[in-house]
Structures are given as C-alpha cells and as structure tokens.
Write a protein that binds this ligand. Structure first.
Ligand code: NAD
Length: 245
C-alpha cells in the first residue's frame, strides 16, 4: 500500500510508533524513525535489523527547529522527497491540577503540540514542492471528552485536533492531506506507567471489551497514509473500540 513512499515517523522507537514503522515497512515504504535519544534510536534500528527490517533513524530535538531542519534536509538529500509525516511522539500526564507544576504543563504542551508544529512547518515546503503529501498526527480518545486528571494531556490533544483540522484546510490546495488518529487505551509503555486503578475501570467501559494493540493504531495510519484515503482530510479517526463516550 505504500510502495515508493518515504515516511518519517516521530516517536518511532517503541509502542505505537515502532509498530507503525513495522506496518509501513511491510507495505514497502522507506521509513525513517525519530526518537528522543541516540541510544534508543540505535537500539531500535538494531532490533529491527534482526527482524530483517532496514530503517534510518535520527534523534533531533523536536523543540529545536534548526535541528529538525538539518535532519529533514539529510533525508531529502538521500530520498529526494518525504511523502508521509507521522507525528507520533508524545507524553502523558495523570496528576491532579493542584499537584501539576507549570513546568510539567508546559513540557507536555511543548512535546505534544509545539514539536508537531515544528516538524510540520519544516516538512511542508518539501511536500508543496513535491505536489502532495500526507501528515498524520497522533491524537487521543481524551481529545473528545477530556479525562479526570492530568489536564495537560487532554488539553494538548484537543490542540492536536485543532491543528489537524486547520492545516487540512490550509494545505488542501497543495494536495497535502492532514488527518489524526485518536487511539483509545493502547497496550504500550505509556499505559504500563499508569496506575491499575485508572486502567481497570476504563476497560470495563470499552464496548469491544479490550484495550487496543499498537497494531490496531498502526493499521489506521497505514490506511490514512495510503492512496486509499486520497479523498480523506481533516478527519480525527477514533480507534478505540467505541470507548470514546
Ligand atoms: P510510548 O511512551 O511507548 O512512546 C512514546 C514515543 O515518543 C517514544 O518513541 C519516545 O521516543 C517518543 N518521545 C517521548 N518523549 C520524547 C521527546 N522529548 N522527544 C522526542 N520523542 C519523544 O507511547 P505510546 O503509547 O506509543 O504513544 C504514542 C502516541 O500515542 C503519543 O502521542 C500518545 O499520546 C498517543 N496515545 C497513546 C495512547 C495509549 O494508550 N498508549 C492512547 C492515546 C494516544
């Protein structure tokens, strides 16, 4: 489904991002993964190599436009174009508002929103030059109704939806589609960190009776990234077993 496409996936070293790397490779894309540190990027590349999966990897500071620009230029020099950008890097929060520091709130907004703005801003001119592209953002189920603690996280994901819908309109004339996937609770390290008391009652509310697997989310990225979704833009696709209410 992605033959000859070049895809950059942020937060590609584990969880949903790593699974998206695998699914994109199974579908013949050239994939470049981004992670936060050299060690984790190197480890992921080595692990993938053992499964006969070849990818390039970088670890630009996603808060630093210049660093991102340098890495994107390297990718363009090697591959000539970027067809798909998956903005998946993200962190969560679960503290009550009185216990949340301004720094913690800012940190989550910086990675979940500002970093996304930075990568999109850098890649868009190349997509425009190439007469098209696909930008996919990771939102969350909590971008619809919020969550009972950790207010920075849903706040950031509401912003992701706003950014997605607005840029879909702005970039449509350039044949650049912008969509988001809103996962429900998904079986990754991010969820393993959350307290059991928070997860178990939530599972009971999921009509499909289970939490999501990273592949459930990666498959949604695959569809939206492929030409099968050529007339879909500005959509926030819930992949949550109908848990969103
Ligand atoms: P994860 O913690 O397993 O992976 C997060 C990824 O983000 C890692 O690859 C990590 O390298 C990257 N990352 C973290 N901090 C970074 C930083 N400062 N700079 C660059 N990269 C950084 O998480 P996951 O569950 O796979 O989450 C991936 C995305 O899915 C996130 O945007 C998250 O908000 C979203 N999401 C997850 C769930 C869930 O239940 N797991 C639900 C809804 C949405």
């Amino acid at each position: 489904m992605l033959e000859n496409k070049v895809a950059v996936i942020t937060g590609g070293t584990r969880g949903i991002g790593l699974e998206t790397v695998k699914v994109f490779k199974e579908n013949k894309a050239n994939v470049i993964l981004f992670g936060s540190r050299k060690e984790t990027v190197d480890q992921s590349i080595q692990k993938l190599k053992k499964e006969n999966i070849e990818v390039d990897g970088f670890y630009p500071d996603l808060m630093n436009e210049e660093e991102i620009a340098k890495v994107i230029e390297k990718i363009i020099n090697k591959y000539g174009h970027i067809d798909i950008l998956v903005n998946n890097a993200g962190i969560s929060a679960n503290k009550k508002i009185e216990d949340t520091t301004t720094e913690e709130f800012t940190k989550i907004m910086d990675l979940n929103v500002k970093a996304m703005f930075n990568t999109i801003k850098t890649v868009t001119p190349y997509m425009k030059k190439n007469k098209g592209g696909v930008i996919l953002n990771t939102s969350s189920m909590v971008s619809i109704y919020g969550q009972p603690s950790g207010v920075g996280y849903p706040t950031s994901k509401f912003a992701v939806n706003g950014l997605t819908k607005s840029l879909a309109r702005e970039l449509a004339p350039f044949n650049i589609r912008v969509n988001a996937v809103a996962p429900g609770i998904t079986n990754t390290d991010m969820v393993a960190k959350l307290p059991k008391e928070m997860i178990e009652p939530l599972i009971k509310t999921i009509p499909l009776g289970r939490i999501g697997e990273p592949r459930d989310i990666a498959n949604a990225f695959l569809f939206l990234g492929s030409d099968m979704a050529n007339y879909i833009t500005g959509v926030i696709l819930s992949v949550d077993g109908a848990a969103r209410s």
